[in-house]
Ligand binder design. Sequence first.
Ligand code: FES
Ligand SMILES: [Fe+2]
Length: 357
Amino acid sequence: MNAHADAGTGAPPAPVFLRALWYFAALSSSLRPGDLRRQMLLGEPVLLGRMRNGEAFALRDVCPHRGVPLSAGRVMVENTVECAYHGWRFRRDGVCALIPSLVEGQDIDPSKIRVRSYPLREQDGLIWIYFPTDERSAAAPRSEPPRVGVPNAKPRWVESQTFHCGIDDAVIGLMDPAHAPYVHGRWWWKKKPRLKQKAYAPLPTGFVMTRHQPSKPAYKLLGGDVTTEITFELPSLRFEKIAGTVLGRHIDVVGFTACTPIDELTTEVTQVFYWPAWLSFLKPFFSILGPIFLADDRKMAELQREGLKFNPSLLLIQDSDVPAMWYHRLKKAWSESLSSGTPFTNPIQPRTLKWRS
Ligand code: FES
Ligand SMILES: [Fe+2]
């Protein structure tokens, strides 16, 4: 048995939340024009909102005047947010547009006052927020958020659950190849554990289980020649890209899973599926099984927390815990590249993993 070997190097531990990355924050459909919502993300209070003109935005949910959450205010017709306390107004870039109490001769320039704004992207029905290394700097993001990669990507099915565990345990739980027969095993689903062998390759900030024919019977819904590949990239983003043939037509189905940290001990796990509109017969299947399987993972993460409270040393073994080791190595390499200012190099090499599940 090979235990996880990264411990004891003397290097400082990776920070809890990686910066200079895009985090999935919300579904586009959850924000209508005029909406304001306070959301904790990475331990920070974030105001997510949508202006009257349809533009989504993210600001620090703390009024720079006297600290009232801006989410308690309202969206104005001229596309600003008005604070509930003294009516200061802010644009989506965070710059103050109006201080109503000022009278002539009081020469405060509102445009010199700003609340922190977060870079935001809206694509494929998803809202992404970038957390820069230096919160005060307005430097452009070093990358763009990932695309779903199918034309007119529209979320067809969504499930979101709050896991009472940190992001690392949520991520590792979802990428763990050996837990399925135990955590998700049911008389109508359970299969006898079988030998699995899958090829992996590095990606720019993660790794991919390369395209293969999946063995789970559920995939048969998407035709006999179905194949899938599963990617993981920092900070916590998993895409499963399934290709098949239904009624003689090629189809792409994409499953997206994101673990978004609310704070150190709470993680929102969201699953979104994309498929062509005419494949709507898939929806009941997902609506019944999706919440059950995600709840299985959530309950196990919460049970695990009962043990982790006592700070036990853990054993990560070959090969079934290798994805977990890779996740730790990626995190460490990313945070070292940020703190040293050197380019990030992916520590993962192509490899075939074998396990029984
Ligand atoms: S606290 Fe926001 S305007 Fe005064
Ligand atoms: Fe699971």
